[in-house]
Design a protein around this ligand. Structure first.
Ligand code: MG
Ligand code: MG
Length: 252
């Protein structure tokens, strides 16, 4: 289903969903530290979400067993929080979270480095992947074609010769976590479906320090780089407006 033009009430519910989501991601980025397990982090997210009126969109989605995806280092996305997984100094930790409020969904992700980076390249990967997201968002306006967003993201990532993950892409979002159209992180200007004011999309570049190839773990979820290279992931849910765009997940 192609993502619909949302009415005022639906947009207000998505704004609230985004406010809750961003508050929790920002909170996690201050709480997360060396020695915690990824399950500890997920439990904080779960407990912070409880009193907000928001629901954890990912819990039970195709059977996903937790409220948040936490992926470390060569894991790109969809990592399952585990008590056995201890966060270490220098790790790149990617947090991907979704919140449903009054039936409306937002989706956002951040990558953070714990303590000090093991390599300057890791810090650059994180900041440049975020930069590619912001460039993609800057292309959004009424009448934009998906390829305009994709090519804007790709231009930044290509400049640093990063691997651009191809199997996973951005997407429409709102009534469902994943709606059409797909929003790849590579592509050509002036191609693909057109987005209209009132539509809502999740843009989410995933970049690696090596090749773009990814593999799935035996757990059926975790996606990691095939060559073991480090990965970063950033995502915002964005409302298309007549003037340009509004970011609904305002986490930093
Ligand atoms: Mg996400
Ligand atoms: Mg997404």
């Amino acid at each position: 289903m192609f993502t619909s033009v949302k009415n005022k009430i639906e947009i207000e519910h998505m704004r609230e969903s985004g406010r809750i989501l961003s508050y929790i991601l920002d909170h996690l980025s201050t709480r997360i530290s060396e020695g915690m397990t990824t399950k500890d982090v997920a439990d904080i997210a779960k407990n912070e979400l409880k009193p907000t009126g928001g629901l954890p969109t990912f819990l039970g989605y195709y059977g996903f067993p937790d409220v948040i995806c936490i992926s470390i280092n060569d894991e790109v996305v969809h990592g399952i929080p585990r008590r056995s997984k201890i966060i270490k100094n220098g790790d790149i930790v990617s947090l991907d979270f979704g919140v449903t409020f009054n039936g409306m969904i937002t989706d956002s992700a951040i990558s953070i480095i714990i303590g000090s980076p093991k390599d300057e390249k890791h810090a650059a990967l994180v900041s440049n992947t975020r930069k590619s997201l912001m460039r993609g968002i800057a292309a959004v306006t009424d009448g934009v074609k998906v390829g305009d967003i994709s090519s804007s993201v790709q231009k930044v990532l290509d400049n640093y010769k990063y691997g651009i993950v191809r199997e996973l892409v951005g997407h429409g979002v709102g009534h469902n976590l994943h709606e059409e159209p797909d929003i790849p992180n590579y592509g050509f200007k002036n191609t693909g479906p057109m987005l209209k004011s009132g539509m809502t999309v999740a843009i989410e570049p995933m970049a690696t320090l090596g090749s773009h190839d990814v593999i799935q773990d035996d757990d059926g979820w975790t996606i990691r780089t095939a060559d073991g290279s480090m990965a970063a992931h950033f995502e915002h849910t964005v409302l298309v407006t007549n003037e340009g765009y509004e970011i609904l997940t305002k986490n930093t």
